[in-house]
Ligand binder design. Structure first.
Ligand code: GLU
Length: 264
């Protein structure tokens, strides 16, 4: 199962807020720099790469000096408008250090439920990738309300992977992979290296929320894995604290948890 990922031609990498920011909410520039260099290098090796990034709300909160996420929808939308701008400006600068042009795509759920908009989105992704541009995707949080929300970027990354017909989806988070028990509560918890099928038993191993700054937890990651593997996409969930892990995952090393893509 691991060796198949070495042949992946189109890869989506999702990075969560907990990977991109410090506990205090400020951006972890070292990691962002590494992500820009590594993804450029992977792209240079001949693969198509898409980055799905979180962080708009976290970065916006930090920039506006907010300790807690606001409760009101419009206030969160405002925070994300500030944060997305900062986030993208930093990615743009960091990727351009390595001569990579990035293009921002902000998505809402209606982009995929409306066939015409979906087609347009697919065309934009393919035009960017054909032109050797690295798409950087986030949810369009500043206009998202419940009806048109994905709600978390794990799900969004799986939808993007499906949309562009990717071969692999790598979800980087602050946890090493899927454990058989909650590793925060149970010292003997063991990582599950490979999942052939996402059964009810596997789902029961996923425990709720992740960090305070991000949105998803293992449950949203499993939902993402289910969406993507149903389309034949291999999914790896791994710890993003050292982004070099991306190389090792693509070399087929036993890292994190790999979910086998189902073949039609
Ligand atoms: N779109 C959100 C943001 O950029 C993140 C959602 C998530 O963490 O899954 O802040």
């Amino acid at each position: 199962m691991r060796s198949e990922i070495q042949n992946a031609g189109t890869i989506v990498v999702k990075v969560g807020t907990s990977t991109l920011t410090y506990e205090n909410g400020k951006l972890n520039l070292k990691r962002m720099e590494q992500i820009a260099r590594i993804l450029t290098d992977v792209k240079n090796s001949g693969k198509k790469v898409v980055l799905v990034t979180s962080g708009a709300i976290g970065v916006g909160m930090s920039k506006m000096g907010l300790k807690e996420k606001p409760k009101e929808v419009k206030a969160v939308q405002a925070v994300s408008a500030v944060g997305q701008c900062e986030l993208m400006s930093i990615y743009d600068r960091m990727f351009s250090e390595y001569n990579t042009i990035v293009g921002q795509i902000l998505m809402t759920k209606d982009v995929i439920t409306n066939l015409e908009r979906k087609e347009n989105a697919i065309n934009t992704f393919s035009a960017l990738l054909e032109n050797d541009i690295l798409p950087v995707v986030n949810e369009n949080d500043s206009v998202s309300v419940d009806e048109i929300k994905f709600g978390d970027n794990d799900t969004l990354s799986a939808i993007v992977a499906k949309l562009i017909d990717a071969d692999a989806l790598i979800i980087l988070s602050d946890i090493d992979g899927l454990y058989d028990q909650d590793p925060r509560l149970c010292e003997t918890a063991k990582i599950i290296p490979e999942v052939n099928e996402i059964t009810e038993e596997i789902k029961s191993m996923a425990c709720g929320a992740g960090s305070k700054r991000g949105t998803g937890g293992m449950i949203t990651k499993l939902t993402a894995a289910e969406i993507a593997t149903d389309e034949g996409i291999q999914v790896v969930i791994a710890n993003g604290k050292d982004p070099h892990i991306i190389y090792r995952i693509l070399e087929g090393k036993e890292i994190g948890t790999i979910f086998k893509g189902k073949k039609a």
